[in-house]
Design a protein around this ligand. Structure first.
Ligand code: NAD
Length: 474
């Protein structure tokens, strides 16, 4: 086995000591002067301070977004809006390296993921939706679909820039303006995106960025917006749905998941093992659609598990800015605590825990890749979203049993199927209650492909022609 020397990324983006809120095209401090710190989870050092938006700032931003929507962005032709979106997409590509490093510093995820996935996919979303801006009349949503108006958007910390792109690109393409609240632990790339909007000469008020925590999000939900688009936990999604019930506001929810990754006995084992690793260890397992429950057919379970453990032993955990790193830092001390608590619960309930013997850095928030075997469906690690690099392995004997176990969850975001037989893929995909089913692959995303959940994983779709509907009055 080769040992690789460290290969640290050399570019360092210009991170300011302090960022303001981005309201009406300008950076400004919070009305009440509040601010908070953003920490690098791999070192626990403070990266910068940032203004924290309160209710008054939310009100100002929504008013700015309303003016911009009614006077400028709404009346603008689709072709003109498309030009702005193309410009944003190109600027993101030009600044891709800076954005990738900044995301790794603020979030803790490995540079190879921010560089090869987060930033390019974010740019792709702007290119894709730029193309739609002047073709909305041909999207099959009526001959003259209208924008909804002002959209409040709240996003989580696991893909900060990418979730921003998923939210802002379609909203703007459809003629809406936005007030977006990034997650409290990862506001950096949203603020850099605000700077990029200035550089793109986007009219003031079209995009407003309000850093803050749950209170800021709740104030945005209560404000005079026309729609809330939320990505985050099912608990908060449920609270938002309750609080806007009875109002005229529209709502889309992209919530949690507990996906089954099903390996049948005829699957190509090495390929499946790569897919299992990608499914649960990509982005430290902080992925709503992570393949966190491996369902493997009993007859091949020993072989799959042996090869899986061999493969996991080669994963490198450590410095997110090292280009060889596979698993970076856990995003926050709170998330690390939650992962540790659920893992303890797994051992406590009798599952067998396995971790490779890898060194972890002294400072920062880290968790070894973890595989639980002997997992029963009643255990917390089989039912609850861990949102960390922890895989729960269950076995099955027949295809029917696999489907029954896979669907035995309140969630319904994603699933994976590994088999040589196309007919078995189609048979399983028809029966799996999940918004997306991947076959002989996992975690594939494309701006043209709608993404979203069933059951407690939420409603509404993001991406593709279907995703436009969530931002149009049809
Ligand atoms: P979270 O629900 O705690 O927070 C998400 C966002 O909501 C943050 O910006 C937070 O500040 C804000 N928020 C918190 N309380 C709020 C309130 N009362 N009103 C309005 N906003 C509030 O979730 P998290 O821990 O940041 O993110 C992880 C969760 O997100 C996981 O459950 C994951 O599955 C889910 N997620 C889903 C998708 C998807 O597309 N389905 C994508 C990524 C993450």
């Amino acid at each position: 086995m080769f040992e690789y020397a460290p290969a640290p990324e050399s570019v360092r983006p210009q991170i300011k000591e302090h960022y303001g809120l981005f309201v009406d095209g300008k950076f400004t401090d919070a009305a009440d002067g509040a601010d908070f710190k953003s920490v690098n989870p791999s070192t626990e050092e403070v990266l910068f301070t940032v203004a924290e938006a309160g209710a008054a700032d939310v009100q100002n931003s929504v008013a700015a977004a309303r003016r911009a929507q009614e006077a400028v962005w709404g009346p603008m032709s689709g072709a003109e809006r498309g030009k702005y979106l193309f410009r944003i997409a190109r600027l993101l590509q030009e600044k891709a390296r800076e954005f990738a490093v900044a995301e790794s510093l603020d979030n803790g995820k490995p540079i190879k993921e921010t560089r090869d996935f987060d930033v390019p996919t974010a740019a792709q979303h702007f290119f894709y939706h730029a193309g739609w801006a002047d073709k909305l009349a041909y999207a099959g949503l009526g001959s003259d679909p209208r924008p909804l108006g002002v959209i409040g958007q709240v996003i989580p910390w696991n893909f900060p820039l990418l979730m921003l792109a998923w939210k802002i690109a379609p909203a703007l393409a459809c003629g809406n303006t936005v007030v977006l609240k990034p997650a409290e632990t990862t506001p950096l790339t949203a603020l850099m995106f605000a700077e990029l909007c200035q550089e793109a000469d986007l009219p003031p008020g079209v995009v407003n960025i309000l850093p803050g925590a749950g209170g800021t999000g709740a104030a945005l939900v209560d404000s005079a917006v026309d729609k809330i688009a939320f990505t985050g936990s099912t608990a908060v999604g449920r609270a938002i749905a309750k609080s806007i019930a009875g109002s005229k506001k529209r709502l889309t929810l992209e919530l949690g998941g507990k996906a089954a990754n099903i390996v049948f006995d005829d699957a190509a084992v090495d390929q499946a093992v790569e897919g299992i690793v990608n499914g649960i260890f990509f982005n430290q397992g902080h992925v709503c659609c992570a393949g966190s429950r491996l369902l493997v057919q009993e007859s091949v379970a020993d072989e799959v598990l042996a090869r899986l453990k061999d493969r996991v032993t080669t994963l490198r955990v450590g410095d997110p800015l090292d280009k060889n790193t596979d698993i970076g830092a856990i995003n926050s001390a709170e998330q690390l605590e939650r992962i540790a608590a659920l893992t303890d619960a797994g051992s406590g309930e009798g599952a067998e825990v396995w971790q490779p013997d890898c060194d972890l850095p002294d400072r920062g928030f880290w968790f070894r890749p973890t595989v639980f075997t002997g997992v029963q469906q009643s255990m917390r690690i089989a039912k609850e979203e861990i949102f960390g690099p922890v895989l729960s392995v269950l076995t099955f004997r027949t295809p029917d049993e696999a489907i029954a176990k896979a669907n035995n969850t309140p969630y319904g975001l994603s699933a994976g199927v590994w088999t040589e037989k196309g007919s078995k893929i189609l048979w399983a995909a028809e029966r799996l209650r999940a918004g997306v089913v991947w076959a002989n692959t996992f975690n594939q995303f494309d701006a043209a492909s709608p993404f979203g959940g069933l059951k407690e994983s939420g409603y509404g779709r993001e991406g593709g022609r279907q995703g436009l509907e969530a931002y149009l009055d049809v």
